[in-house]
Design a protein. Sequence first.
Length: 165
Amino acid sequence: MKKWLCVFGLSIVCFMPPGAHAFNKIAVVNVSTIFQKLPQRVEIAKKLEKEFEGRATELQSMERDLQINMQRLQNGSATMQSSERLSLENALIAQRENFSTKAQAFEQENRYRQTEERNKILKQIEEVVKNIAIKEGYNIVIDANAVAYAVKSNDITDDVLKQVK
């Protein structure tokens, strides 16, 4: 009976696919730490700020004008003629709608560009992680934020950070 169990066990091991009983070499990388420490992040922030600077200034000016006109309406509404007050109220409504539309477009485009630039950096990090994994023979690389515990020797975050800079 023991012989049959041994033969059966060996036959299972022999007929398993080659990778099924191979050991997987696993590494851990903290992508968010790398992203936060990159000097490119600051450069990109400055670039985007400069790119949207004119529109931001225009929006600030529009907001100031809107506030001045609202204040003027509040302060002078008691002494204004009804036609003048109605005209100013309509102008304020149009001004507010115009400001709102431009502010929404600004926010959307700003968010889109930030996402676009962030994705470029993440793609670069991903390429470096892939190259290190191939070079070091890792079968799997997992983000450190998805792991409860990992041995420091399997953490390639510092290696990736050096190559991305």
